[in-house]
Design a protein around this ligand. Sequence first.
Ligand code: ADP
Ligand code: MG
Length: 621
Amino acid sequence: MSDETTKTTFSFQTEVGQLLDIVASSLYSNREVFLRELVSNASDACDKRRYAALTNATLGDGADELAIMLEIDLKAKTLSVSDNGIGMNYDDLLETLGTIAKSGTGAFIEAVKSEEQDQVGLIGQFGVGFYSAFMVAERVDVLTRKAGEDKSWLWSSDGKGEFSIEPVERETAGTTVLLYMKKDAKEFLKDARVRHIIRTYSEHIGFPVKLGEETLNSASAIWTRPSKEITKEQYTEFYHAASHAFDEPWHVMHNQVEGAVNHTTLLFVPSAAAFDLFDAERKSHVKLYVNRVFISDTTKDLIPAYLRFLRGIVDSQDLSLNVSREMLQTDPTLAKIRMSITKKVLTELKKKANKVPEEYAAFWTNFGAVLKEGLVEDSALRDRILEICRFASTASGEMTSLSDYVSRCKDGQDAIYYIAGDDAEKVAKSPHLEGFKAKGVEVLLLSDHVDEFWLQHVTEFEGKSFRSITRGSADLDKIGSEEETDTVKDDKETEALSALIASIKLELGDVVKDVRPSKRLTDSPVCLIADEGDIDVNLERLLKRHGQLQQGMPRVLELNPNHQIINRLAERAKSDGAESDDLLKDAAHLLLDQARIVEGEDPLEPTEFVRRFGAVMAKAL
Ligand code: ADP
Ligand code: MG
């Protein structure tokens, strides 16, 4: 542990160092947003202090009016942002202003390194928070004292790899962020410029922002006002200021609900997916207020995990201010609010899906995979979620709903067919689709990880069961019976095919579960499927990758009885001396490897594969 009585210098965590390099060197045209970031942090700190004072009145001492103060010193060329909020102690400073807790940071830095041309856009999307101060300042001092503690600290850095912390004098709790402006950032020392920035970005945060005697913003909680009085720009400004967001909202939902539980929600669906959307640690980005007092932005169970892309606020006067955050989480009132919000959001999404399908498709690309988690998590609302799900399909390049799929079903088709894999392009080219395409039977192409999981829970839609085309027999015969596509085979051909199947089985042994003629192939000679009752091909792949399954099940190898290679091999298999025909033996392995390769697997024994391939080619030449 370092000495807390003198000045100590520390290195930034590696990621922060990299981030600061990016921030300092980028020509971010929008660098005025540093002020929004600092004001937003000051506002968060005021929120936290007000909440702390609820449970411990002494923490509110000396902070009758929580506010954010700006000060410009033209001589010293500094701009300061002060608040009388919660403040930081030594450990807070070390932890929060030396490291970066924000998830997705690594991914962000990688992205910036690899796509230099669009750094600006990336910074805008990611949001660098406090560190954005270094876009305009050559040095940043933070003077702070935590409410309820008696020591004050000075954190200081020039943003070049190191920062220092030392004890200082400070009379009251709160924080002052003092910016020593860079030469090219003098514009931010002008009253008019500062005033304009605050009006643009921080008009609707809940605390007054003052420049001298003048209050620059309206400091009213925007959600308490009637929605028809609020402009789109005002909503966007609030979204940016209060939700740590940087994109345009895709959809705004502002509702004052009166009934069993009164509550107001102002929720935003972003237009861009956050870096950490699939991070297991991701916190909720919806803040909970009780009667305009901020309670927490990490309230579990306020929003279901499958709606975690939402941002915004929920405010209810029907929750008790005097219970702890922990108790609040188990409050049945909260569960009611959650249910009401969830239903409302699903209804709104359905409206969007019906009215503006192209816009909805953009939403779906960003958040569809998240929403589908609800099919597993929320069985009560499963049908409503299914209604708004969209899927790629063989029918067209567009996404389809399940109802539309069902409306296109052929006579005699009692299943919704799908194929799942982790690569959308590969899935769309899978040989398993051939027979279905030939018959004009639509197949859904699923390539999100979560697909395998909801398919374990959802068994049917509008009376049709979900059926994987990579498992079990392809019951294509009874579909669309008017067109007879099966070519009738004579006895001789059937006999030859049986001989080939027997010879392949003998040669491959336990490596395959069975060898069968296929109904699902038209162009490819072979494919692998999971036997009825076995784990499906893609699920097995996923389980293996996550170490939940060591050994896969042997697959069934299907042969296309109409393929030239199969027919030639069948003839050989039937003729005399077939038992000692090396080519037949090599072909058995090559067929299996071929089926594996199209699925993205390696040949079973690569060196043998090469030898056999060579041997068969030599014979052909
Ligand atoms: P974020 O606001 O998304 O958490 P920031 O980089 O903006 O990220 O801030 C990092 C952290 O530093 C904050 O979460 C907070 O703990 C602390 N912090 C920054 N400014 C203040 C302030 N004025 N008062 C108290 N804590 C602050
Ligand atoms: Mg912040």
